[in-house]
Design a protein around this ligand. Structure first.
Ligand code: HEC
Length: 223
Protein backbone atom coordinates (compact mmCIF):
# COMPACT_ATOMS: atom_id res chain seq x y z
CA UNK A 1 0.00 0.00 0.00
CA UNK A 2 1.37 3.27 -0.89
CA UNK A 3 1.03 6.25 1.46
CA UNK A 4 -1.30 8.99 0.15
CA UNK A 5 0.82 11.87 -1.02
CA UNK A 6 0.56 15.16 0.98
CA UNK A 7 1.23 17.07 -2.12
CA UNK A 8 -2.05 16.03 -3.70
CA UNK A 9 -3.94 19.39 -4.32
CA UNK A 10 -7.29 17.69 -3.81
CA UNK A 11 -6.37 16.89 -0.21
CA UNK A 12 -5.43 20.52 0.45
CA UNK A 13 -8.82 21.62 -0.85
CA UNK A 14 -10.64 19.15 1.31
CA UNK A 15 -8.81 20.41 4.43
CA UNK A 16 -9.68 24.09 3.78
CA UNK A 17 -11.82 25.83 6.44
CA UNK A 18 -14.79 28.12 5.61
CA UNK A 19 -12.83 31.23 6.64
CA UNK A 20 -9.84 30.37 4.53
CA UNK A 21 -12.16 29.70 1.59
CA UNK A 22 -13.95 33.03 1.96
CA UNK A 23 -10.64 34.85 2.34
CA UNK A 24 -9.15 33.28 -0.74
CA UNK A 25 -12.32 34.01 -2.75
CA UNK A 26 -12.26 37.64 -1.69
CA UNK A 27 -8.62 37.80 -2.70
CA UNK A 28 -9.46 36.30 -6.09
CA UNK A 29 -12.40 38.69 -6.67
CA UNK A 30 -10.22 41.66 -5.67
CA UNK A 31 -12.70 42.80 -2.97
CA UNK A 32 -11.58 44.70 0.08
CA UNK A 33 -12.93 43.77 3.46
CA UNK A 34 -16.08 45.85 4.21
CA UNK A 35 -15.17 48.21 7.08
CA UNK A 36 -18.38 50.23 6.72
CA UNK A 37 -20.43 47.26 7.73
CA UNK A 38 -20.03 47.99 11.41
CA UNK A 39 -21.45 51.57 11.61
CA UNK A 40 -21.69 53.48 14.85
CA UNK A 41 -24.77 55.21 16.24
CA UNK A 42 -24.84 59.07 15.95
CA UNK A 43 -23.46 60.32 19.24
CA UNK A 44 -26.39 61.54 21.36
CA UNK A 45 -24.76 64.85 22.30
CA UNK A 46 -24.39 65.80 18.59
CA UNK A 47 -28.07 65.08 18.11
CA UNK A 48 -28.88 67.52 20.91
CA UNK A 49 -26.54 70.19 19.53
CA UNK A 50 -28.11 70.08 16.05
CA UNK A 51 -31.69 69.97 17.32
CA UNK A 52 -30.87 73.03 19.41
CA UNK A 53 -29.42 74.87 16.40
CA UNK A 54 -32.45 74.10 14.22
CA UNK A 55 -34.79 75.25 16.98
CA UNK A 56 -32.83 78.47 17.47
CA UNK A 57 -32.67 79.23 13.72
CA UNK A 58 -36.38 78.59 13.27
CA UNK A 59 -37.30 80.85 16.16
CA UNK A 60 -34.91 83.54 14.94
CA UNK A 61 -36.40 83.60 11.44
CA UNK A 62 -39.90 83.59 12.82
CA UNK A 63 -39.14 86.61 14.99
CA UNK A 64 -36.95 88.70 12.71
CA UNK A 65 -37.60 87.75 9.08
CA UNK A 66 -40.75 89.90 8.77
CA UNK A 67 -42.17 87.02 6.74
CA UNK A 68 -39.64 87.98 4.03
CA UNK A 69 -41.80 90.90 3.04
CA UNK A 70 -39.76 93.27 0.84
CA UNK A 71 -41.52 96.24 2.41
CA UNK A 72 -40.52 95.31 5.93
CA UNK A 73 -36.88 94.39 5.59
CA UNK A 74 -34.47 96.12 3.27
CA UNK A 75 -30.96 94.87 3.85
CA UNK A 76 -29.52 97.54 1.53
CA UNK A 77 -31.09 100.47 3.37
CA UNK A 78 -28.45 102.70 4.94
CA UNK A 79 -29.02 103.53 8.55
CA UNK A 80 -30.05 107.16 8.94
CA UNK A 81 -28.04 109.09 11.53
CA UNK A 82 -30.04 109.50 14.72
CA UNK A 83 -32.20 112.62 14.74
CA UNK A 84 -31.86 113.26 10.99
CA UNK A 85 -35.18 113.75 9.28
CA UNK A 86 -35.99 112.58 5.82
CA UNK A 87 -35.87 115.66 3.63
CA UNK A 88 -37.97 115.63 0.50
CA UNK A 89 -37.26 118.70 -1.60
CA UNK A 90 -40.20 119.79 -3.67
CA UNK A 91 -39.71 122.40 -6.36
CA UNK A 92 -42.37 125.04 -5.52
CA UNK A 93 -42.89 125.80 -9.22
CA UNK A 94 -43.62 122.12 -9.96
CA UNK A 95 -45.95 121.92 -6.98
CA UNK A 96 -47.62 125.14 -8.12
CA UNK A 97 -48.14 123.75 -11.61
CA UNK A 98 -49.83 120.66 -10.18
CA UNK A 99 -52.04 122.73 -7.91
CA UNK A 100 -53.01 125.06 -10.73
CA UNK A 101 -54.00 122.28 -13.10
CA UNK A 102 -55.68 120.07 -10.53
CA UNK A 103 -59.19 121.49 -11.06
CA UNK A 104 -58.32 124.50 -8.91
CA UNK A 105 -57.43 127.49 -11.06
CA UNK A 106 -57.60 125.95 -14.51
CA UNK A 107 -61.37 125.48 -14.39
CA UNK A 108 -61.79 129.27 -14.53
CA UNK A 109 -58.52 130.78 -15.76
CA UNK A 110 -57.80 127.84 -18.14
CA UNK A 111 -54.57 125.87 -18.60
CA UNK A 112 -53.44 128.56 -21.03
CA UNK A 113 -53.82 131.27 -18.36
CA UNK A 114 -55.98 133.22 -20.80
CA UNK A 115 -59.23 133.00 -18.81
CA UNK A 116 -62.59 133.33 -20.53
CA UNK A 117 -63.57 136.54 -22.29
CA UNK A 118 -66.07 138.55 -20.29
CA UNK A 119 -66.08 136.19 -17.29
CA UNK A 120 -62.66 135.07 -16.05
CA UNK A 121 -59.76 137.50 -16.44
CA UNK A 122 -56.45 136.28 -17.87
CA UNK A 123 -53.40 135.56 -15.70
CA UNK A 124 -50.99 135.56 -18.64
CA UNK A 125 -49.60 139.07 -18.87
CA UNK A 126 -51.87 140.34 -16.03
CA UNK A 127 -50.55 143.36 -14.15
CA UNK A 128 -52.09 141.89 -10.97
CA UNK A 129 -50.09 138.68 -11.29
CA UNK A 130 -46.67 140.13 -12.09
CA UNK A 131 -47.17 143.32 -10.03
CA UNK A 132 -47.27 143.82 -6.25
CA UNK A 133 -46.60 140.60 -4.32
CA UNK A 134 -48.77 141.70 -1.41
CA UNK A 135 -51.86 142.41 -3.52
CA UNK A 136 -51.80 139.12 -5.38
CA UNK A 137 -51.23 137.26 -2.09
CA UNK A 138 -54.33 139.00 -0.67
CA UNK A 139 -56.37 137.99 -3.75
CA UNK A 140 -55.39 134.35 -3.30
CA UNK A 141 -55.87 134.26 0.47
CA UNK A 142 -59.26 135.97 0.66
CA UNK A 143 -60.68 136.16 -2.86
CA UNK A 144 -61.72 139.09 -5.06
CA UNK A 145 -65.11 140.43 -6.05
CA UNK A 146 -66.64 143.40 -7.87
CA UNK A 147 -65.10 145.23 -10.77
CA UNK A 148 -61.50 144.56 -11.71
CA UNK A 149 -59.60 145.79 -14.73
CA UNK A 150 -57.06 143.42 -16.25
CA UNK A 151 -55.05 144.38 -19.35
CA UNK A 152 -57.46 147.22 -20.10
CA UNK A 153 -60.62 145.10 -19.87
CA UNK A 154 -63.10 145.30 -17.02
CA UNK A 155 -64.40 142.09 -15.43
CA UNK A 156 -67.24 141.88 -12.93
CA UNK A 157 -69.34 138.89 -13.96
CA UNK A 158 -67.99 136.46 -11.39
CA UNK A 159 -66.01 136.33 -8.14
CA UNK A 160 -62.63 134.84 -7.35
CA UNK A 161 -62.92 132.39 -4.41
CA UNK A 162 -60.73 132.52 -1.29
CA UNK A 163 -58.02 129.83 -1.30
CA UNK A 164 -56.26 130.49 2.02
CA UNK A 165 -56.87 128.93 5.43
CA UNK A 166 -59.35 131.66 6.28
CA UNK A 167 -62.97 131.78 7.44
CA UNK A 168 -65.37 131.03 4.59
CA UNK A 169 -62.76 129.43 2.32
CA UNK A 170 -63.74 126.15 0.72
CA UNK A 171 -60.11 125.37 -0.15
CA UNK A 172 -58.13 125.99 3.06
CA UNK A 173 -54.78 125.86 1.29
CA UNK A 174 -51.69 126.22 3.48
CA UNK A 175 -49.42 129.24 3.00
CA UNK A 176 -46.95 126.87 1.25
CA UNK A 177 -49.48 126.00 -1.41
CA UNK A 178 -50.47 129.64 -1.96
CA UNK A 179 -46.79 130.54 -2.36
CA UNK A 180 -46.21 127.65 -4.77
CA UNK A 181 -49.17 128.41 -7.05
CA UNK A 182 -48.27 132.12 -7.15
CA UNK A 183 -44.64 131.29 -7.95
CA UNK A 184 -45.96 129.21 -10.83
CA UNK A 185 -48.38 131.77 -12.32
CA UNK A 186 -45.77 134.54 -12.04
CA UNK A 187 -43.33 132.55 -14.19
CA UNK A 188 -45.57 130.81 -16.73
CA UNK A 189 -47.06 131.88 -20.13
CA UNK A 190 -44.30 134.41 -20.63
CA UNK A 191 -44.74 136.00 -17.17
CA UNK A 192 -41.35 136.62 -15.57
CA UNK A 193 -41.89 137.92 -12.04
CA UNK A 194 -39.91 136.51 -9.10
CA UNK A 195 -41.04 133.69 -6.79
CA UNK A 196 -43.22 134.27 -3.74
CA UNK A 197 -42.03 132.74 -0.49
CA UNK A 198 -44.10 130.96 2.13
CA UNK A 199 -42.78 133.49 4.67
CA UNK A 200 -44.22 136.40 2.67
CA UNK A 201 -47.62 134.67 2.42
CA UNK A 202 -47.55 133.92 6.16
CA UNK A 203 -46.73 137.57 6.88
CA UNK A 204 -49.73 138.87 4.90
CA UNK A 205 -51.92 136.10 6.31
CA UNK A 206 -51.03 137.15 9.87
CA UNK A 207 -51.56 140.84 9.05
CA UNK A 208 -54.99 140.45 7.37
CA UNK A 209 -56.40 137.42 9.23
CA UNK A 210 -59.86 136.40 8.01
CA UNK A 211 -60.44 139.47 5.84
CA UNK A 212 -63.48 139.19 3.55
CA UNK A 213 -63.08 139.03 -0.23
CA UNK A 214 -61.23 142.10 -1.50
CA UNK A 215 -62.44 144.74 -3.93
CA UNK A 216 -59.95 145.82 -6.58
CA UNK A 217 -60.00 149.53 -5.62
CA UNK A 218 -59.44 148.56 -1.98
CA UNK A 219 -56.30 146.68 -3.03
CA UNK A 220 -54.88 149.47 -5.14
CA UNK A 221 -54.76 151.68 -2.03
CA UNK A 222 -52.50 149.09 -0.34
CA UNK A 223 -48.85 148.42 -1.22
C1 HEC B 1 -64.41 129.91 -9.71
C2 HEC B 1 -63.57 130.46 -10.71
C3 HEC B 1 -62.17 130.83 -10.29
C4 HEC B 1 -61.21 130.04 -9.77
C5 HEC B 1 -61.32 128.54 -9.41
C6 HEC B 1 -60.03 130.83 -9.63
N1 HEC B 1 -60.26 132.10 -10.01
FE1 HEC B 1 -58.96 133.64 -10.02
N2 HEC B 1 -60.44 134.92 -10.57
C7 HEC B 1 -61.73 134.53 -10.88
C8 HEC B 1 -62.51 135.72 -11.18
C9 HEC B 1 -63.96 135.74 -11.58
C10 HEC B 1 -61.65 136.80 -11.03
C11 HEC B 1 -62.03 138.28 -11.17
C12 HEC B 1 -62.81 138.69 -9.92
C13 HEC B 1 -63.48 140.02 -10.03
O1 HEC B 1 -64.10 140.27 -11.06
O2 HEC B 1 -63.41 140.79 -9.07
C14 HEC B 1 -60.35 136.24 -10.66
C15 HEC B 1 -59.21 137.00 -10.44
C16 HEC B 1 -57.95 136.50 -10.24
C17 HEC B 1 -56.74 137.28 -10.17
C18 HEC B 1 -56.61 138.78 -10.32
C19 HEC B 1 -56.99 139.23 -11.69
C20 HEC B 1 -56.07 138.69 -12.77
O3 HEC B 1 -56.63 138.19 -13.78
O4 HEC B 1 -54.86 138.74 -12.63
C21 HEC B 1 -55.72 136.39 -9.95
C22 HEC B 1 -54.24 136.73 -9.80
C23 HEC B 1 -56.29 135.07 -9.89
N3 HEC B 1 -57.65 135.18 -10.05
C24 HEC B 1 -55.56 133.92 -9.66
C25 HEC B 1 -56.15 132.67 -9.45
C26 HEC B 1 -55.41 131.50 -9.10
C27 HEC B 1 -53.90 131.41 -8.94
C28 HEC B 1 -56.32 130.50 -8.90
C29 HEC B 1 -56.07 129.09 -8.41
C30 HEC B 1 -55.42 128.96 -7.13
C31 HEC B 1 -57.63 131.05 -9.20
N4 HEC B 1 -57.47 132.37 -9.53
C32 HEC B 1 -58.80 130.36 -9.16
C33 HEC B 1 -62.22 133.26 -10.90
C34 HEC B 1 -61.57 132.15 -10.43
Amino acid sequence: MSQPSNSDPRLEQAAATDESLLASHEKLLGKKPDDQANYRLLPLNLLFVFSGLIFFAGTYLNLYSGHFDPKIYNEHALPRPAGAEEVVKVDPRELGKKLFNNAACNTCHQVTGLGQPGVYPPLAGSEWVVGSEERVIRILLHGLQGKVTVKGTEYSAAAMPAFGKVAGSGYNWSDDKIAAVLTYVRSEWGNSAGPITTEKVAEIHAKEGDHKAWAADELTKLP
